[in-house]
Design a protein around this ligand. Sequence first.
Ligand SMILES: [Zn+2]
Length: 412
Amino acid sequence: MEQDRSWFDADLLDRFERYARVHTTSDPHSSTTPTTDRQFDLARMLEDELRALGVPDVMLDEHCNLVAKLPGTAAGGEPIGLMAHMDTAPDFSGEAVNPQIHYDYDGGPIALGEFVLDPSEYPMLSRYVGQTIVTTDGTTLLGADDKAGVAEIMSAVAYLIEHPRLPRPDLEIVFTPDEETGRGMETFPVDALRSAFCFTVDGTDEGSIEAECFTAWKATVTFTGYAIHPGSARGRLANAAAMASMYASLLPRSESPEATDERYGFYCLTEISGSIAQARLSVIVRDFDAQIVERRLAFLETLARTVEGAYPGGSVRVETVRQYLNMAEFLEPHPRVVERMMEAVRLTGIEPTLHSIRGGTDGARLGEKGIPAPNLFTGGQNLHGRYEWIALPAMVRASKSILNLVQLFASA
Ligand SMILES: [Zn+2]
C-alpha cells in the first residue's frame, strides 16, 4: 500500500481540516440529546459525504446518531463496527477552529499566536521532524478528539469503496454525539447494529490500543441529623454537616486520584453540601478490578456505621449506582479481537502497545449493551486544549490500521 501513501496524506488532511472547522462543542449542562444542535452540522455533512461515496444505507436519527452500512465483499466474514464521536470537549472553545498545517516540521518550537508549542515540553513532537503536523492557532482546541477518528474512518471507507477487490466484511460505520458529556450512549440505537464487535477510534499515541477501562460506581451518602437549638443541645444534637465532614475526612488520601496512577484505583469526593438537619456527599469509586471495587463499596458502608457510632441520634444512608464496567470483562471471552487489532497495527510497520484507560469510553458502555468495543489510537496529542496537535503520518497509520483490521475480519 506504500503507493497509496500520498492518497491517504491528501485525503486525511483534507477531511480532518474540514471536520475540525465545524463547531461541535457539546454541553454538559444541557438536558437535550444531543446536548447541542450544532453537532448536527457535522452529522449532516458526514451523512452527505457517505452517500456521495456510495454507501447505500445511511441513517441519521433525531438524537444525532449516524449509522451507515457498507455491504461486505467477502463471504464468510464477521460484520464489524467502526465508531468515532463528533462532539468536542466543552473544556475549551471549539468555535472557529482554524487548523494550522506545518509541512516538513523543523523540530523547533511552534508559535500558536501568543502561545508556544515547545518540543522540550511535549517531546512527542520530536518524533515527527520532517513530517506534516497540524496544530491550533492558539485560540481554540483542535478537536483531534475525535475529528481525527472520524476522518480516519472516513478515509478508510473511501479507500475500500475505491478498491472493491479488497476483501471486507459488512461494515457498520457509527458517528455519535456527546461522548464528552457521557450522554451519547443514552439514546444510541444499539438494535440497529448487527456487529458482534465495534472498534472505537478515539485514542491518542500512535500504536496504542486500549482494551481495558475502569469499572465505575458512584455513591451518594445522605446524613440525617437531629436538629435542636444549639443552646440546649448538650447530649442531644446530631449535626449532619459535621457527620458529612467526618465521613469525607475518613476517605483514604492514599487512595485518591491525586495519589494514584497506572493500575491503582481510587475514591474521589466529588460533592458535599448540607446543614445541621441534613447533609449529602458524593463519592466516585474507580478500579480496574471488579472485586476491589466491591471491597471499596463495602468500605463506604463501614464508614457510614463508623460515623453513626460517633454521632448518636444521627443516621447515614449510602446509595450506590454503577456508571460503567471495565470493557475487558466483555473482551475476555474473545481474545482474537485484541489480537487482530495488534496485528492490524503491526502491519503498518509499528509495534502496538496495550494501555488501560483511567476513565471510561462510549465503547465501555457499548460493551454493556452487548457489543464489546476496544479503542484504537487516532494520533491526537494534548487533547482538549490549545496545545492540541496531531501528526499526519500518525493519522495515516490509524487509517491503514482500520483497513488492515477490516481485512482481518473479512474471514472468520
Ligand atoms: Zn474522544
